[in-house]
Ligand binder design. Structure first.
Ligand code: UN1
Length: 497
């Protein structure tokens, strides 16, 4: 089957990269299926895109926020109409199962409606002046051109978390989708354009990180950068942005713990662990990758979890019966293999999985079996480092206090979960778990778009996506003073009499 050639979208035009090079976007479940061909862009393409965004900003920043918001409402409607098609496209390029890619599109729809509502809020503040007949207030102003680098695991939701608040706040954008999942960004932007977004307000440039991502971060015309991806790349992005004094939002890794206490509803906890660890084939920054279980119930919990992991139906995400899809590419498979070896060398017990699925229906894809390790100690690498695959570790503890200590004993701090029926422990966990997100009696995945999303410690640099936290990143405060006294009044010097 012939595939489609996609070009960069710059200033409302579809343009080929100056490099003359392209790359193929492959279906991770089926190497015969080419999803599309995309531009391998580099610095000159980014320069064109930033220039177009700067040009478009001149009028977009003056478009009233409620009008900008109307475009987001219409985008939400278009996404709703096309949800099924976009979900199928996403499963083809990313691999996760259809129910989850439908959820991914839904997350973009939720973000569209939520951020559209901000078009009639974007509240500022009025503040009393220390001087007489002087009025003081602060208002949110757009930042300018924002550069965005998106990951492949939420191919539509995460671009929407970045684009929609940026747009309602009056910014223009240059976005680079992940090279594994560019089609979903094209689908998203297609809706924005049909909804009435003017040319040049969003520019899409595809390519690889070092060639196309790096120049976005360093370009002097890009006033702020939003990045979601690995800690390794995030560190470079953060350092480059800092060297240019650029605000930069970094959302990176996790090693998310689920604590299961001896008073927990065990079946519920098993269900939650299964979804938290193997949903999206474990490829979420919020994935449950450490299960810290009380020794009194550890044996029973482990038996049930392993049985459920064994029974998971792994396969092509386009098949409605599949419960877990492939990993996104060969590199991710290699990471899963590497950590399986590391864990075994460290003395962890492989309870199930641990291998690449290669035969029969699996021979054309990147499939890894759902993997559970037992006898994991808190300081082992398998308990400390992010795998980003279907691999989960069980760590036994003797007390609630110890479980909190183990949960906090890592460099990351994104999501955490506690299964217990004890309300005091639930509140204590909410207070003491060092993470941006804590769930009680629910797994570590499944954040909703109208709450702040992000983490502490090495997970991020303090910014939040989702919720009103996003508005703080995509606007800058301007303080306004209006003196109607008709004389010179001096702050800190005159009395206001
Ligand atoms: C991510 O993995 O980068 O909370 C985002 C969740 C999803 C978003 C995950 N709503 O699991």
């Amino acid at each position: 089957m012939s595939h489609k050639l996609y070009k960069n979208l710059i200033g409302g035009h579809s343009v080929a990269s100056h490099t003359g090079k392209t790359f193929l976007n492959m279906n991770p479940a089926n190497s015969d299926d080419i999803v599309g061909e995309f531009q391998s862009s580099a610095a000159k393409d980014i320069d064109d895109a930033v220039n177009a965004a700067e040009q478009a900003w001149k009028s977009w920043r003056l478009t009233p926020a409620p009008k900008r918001a109307e475009i987001l409402y219409r985008t939400g409607e278009l996404l709703t109409q096309r949800k099924e098609q976009y979900a199928r496209d996403m499963t083809r390029e990313m691999g996760k199962v259809l129910s989850e890619t439908r959820g991914d599109v839904q997350e973009a729809i939720d973000t569209a409606y939520y951020m559209a509502g901000e078009g009639r809020r974007l509240f500022g503040q009025t503040t009393p002046s220390e001087l007489k007949s002087k009025f003081a207030m602060s208002v949110r102003m757009p930042v300018g051109v924002v550069g965005m680098i998106a990951p492949w695991n939420f191919p539509m939701a995460i671009p929407s978390w970045k684009l929609f608040p940026a747009l309602v706040c009056g910014n223009t954008c240059v976005i680079k989708p992940a090279e594994d999942t560019p089609l979903s960004t094209y689908n998203l932007v297609e809706c924005l354009i049909e909804a009435g977004l003017p040319a040049g307000v969003v520019n899409v440039v595809t390519g690889f990180g070092p060639d196309a991502g790096a120049p976005i971060v360093s370009h002097p015309g890009v006033r702020a950068v939003s990045f979601t991806g690995s800690s390794e790349v995030g560190r470079i992005v953060g350092q480059t942005a800092a060297a240019n004094f650029k605000p930069c939002s970094l959302e990176m890794g996790g090693k998310n713990a689920m604590i299961v206490l001896d008073d927990a509803n065990l079946d519920l906890a098993v269900e939650g662990a299964l979804w938290g660890a193997f949903g999206t084939t474990g490829q979420r920054c919020t994935a449950t990758s450490r299960i810290i279980v009380h020794q009194k119930i550890a044996a029973e919990f482990t038996k049930k979890l392993v049985a459920r992991a064994d029974a998971l139906k792994v396969g092509d995400g386009l098949d409605e019966h599949t419960q877990m899809g492939p990993q996104v590419n060969q590199q991710q498979i290699e990471t899963s293999i590497r950590y399986t070896e590391i864990a075994q060398k460290e003395g962890a017990h492989l309870l199930t999985g641990g291998s690449v699925l290669e035969d029969g229906v699996y021979d054309k894809g990147h499939f890894f079996a759902p993997t559970v390790f037992g006898a994991v100690k808190p300081k082992m690498r398998i308990a400390q480092e992010e795998v980003f695959g279907p691999v989960v570790s069980l760590i036994e503890v003797d007390s609630f206090e110890e479980s909190l200590e183990v949960a906090n004993g890592i460099q990351y701090g994104l999501s955490t979960a506690l299964y217990s029926r004890d309300v005091n422990k639930a509140f204590q966990a909410m207070r003491d778990l060092e993470a941006g997100i804590t769930y009680i009696n629910a797994p570590t995945i499944g954040a909703e778009v109208h709450l702040p999303f992000g983490g502490v410690k090495q997970t991020g640099n303090g910014h939040r996506e989702g919720g009103t936290g996003a508005l703080d990143f995509y606007t800058t405060w301007k303080s306004l003073y209006i003196d109607y006294s008709d004389k010179l009044q001096r702050a800190q010097i005159d009395t206001g009499e």
